[in-house]
Design a protein around this ligand. Structure first.
Ligand SMILES: NC(=O)c1ccc[n+]([C@@H]2O[C@H](COP(=O)([O-])OP(=O)(O)OC[C@H]3O[C@@H](n4cnc5c(N)ncnc54)[C@H](O)[C@@H]3O)[C@@H](O)[C@H]2O)c1
Length: 233
């Protein structure tokens, strides 16, 4: 498969190595919004760039009928528009707030636990995410996905909020520390005990491998997809 990498920073470079080791050809490595001729006719674009440029990058690729796998976080208010552009152009768009297998299993576990706990008001729920100090957005896209999983399964909440919350809001605490690749915890705390579920990424390799597997899966498909489709969750 021919893969173009749009965004060639920490993630782009690891994806390059993993894609090559799986027998793919990386035909473009770009740190700028692509023009069609710079992409070198790929089967799929993998986009890991920055929140403020992701929309234009993805739009350009989709309008050229190239499927896009996107891991950039912090631009989600524009996702519905991108999904329409993918459909209008008869191509594919796959977004993952987190591409690692472990986190996608954690998402499923989080939803199950939220459903189990919804009637036990003695437990207070709180989310925490820890990332490296270079991260541009807060809360993390992964923390937003976890919060959405709880809100979907627990009618006591209707929104998430960073830090201080009001009634019916789920609080997310975003901590920035040195070189942490990504740690997410959900706490259910009562007067007498605490239940905690936690995912800790040891490095970025799991995210990168998941993105390449998603690119392999999405090739030749038309529509809007997520990692749940790739992993059959
Ligand atoms: N979904 C996941 O699994 C996952 C995992 C890790 C990181 N991320 C997200 O991926 C994104 C990238 O993370 P990173 O750690 O590689 O960041 P990074 O800062 O190391 O790399 C971003 C790259 O984008 C480049 N860039 C700047 N403007 C551009 C443009 N117009 N077009 C294309 N590229 C441009 C920069 O030069 C830089 O090389 C972030 O949003 C991060 O939150 C997602």
């Amino acid at each position: 498969m021919k893969i173009a990498l749009v965004g060639y920073g920490k993630m782009g470079k690891i994806i390059d190595g993993i894609a090559t080791s799986r027998g793919h050809e990386v035909v473009a490595r770009l740190n700028e919004t692509p023009a069609a001729e710079n992409l070198n006719n790929p089967d799929v674009v993998i986009e890991f760039s920055q929140p403020e440029v992701a929309f234009n990058n993805i739009k350009t690729c989709l309008e050229n009928k190239i499927p896009v796998v996107c891991g950039t976080t912090g631009w989600l208010h524009q996702k519905p528009e991108i999904e329409n552009i993918a459909k209008e152009n008869g191509t594919a768009f796959l977004y993952g707030s987190n591409f690692s297998l472990g986190v996608n299993l954690f998402f499923a576990l989080n939803e199950k636990l939220a459903d189990l706990m919804k009637n036990f008001s003695e437990y207070n729920i709180q989310l925490e995410e820890i990332h490296h100090t270079h991260k541009k957005d807060a809360p993390s896209g992964t923390a937003i996905s976890i919060a959405e999983g709880i809100i979907k399964n627990n009618p006591n909440f209707n929104a998430w909020k960073l830090h201080e919350t009001e009634k019916n809001q789920l609080g997310i605490f975003a901590i920035r520390e040195d070189e942490v690749p990504g740690t997410h915890s959900v706490y259910y705390r009562s007067e007498v005990d605490e239940i905690e579920i936690k995912h800790t990424a040891f490095n970025r390799n799991g995210f990168a491998l998941g993105a390449v597997i998603a690119a392999e899966w999405v090739r030749g498909k038309v529509g809007v997809f997520s990692m749940n489709d790739v992993l059959g969750l």
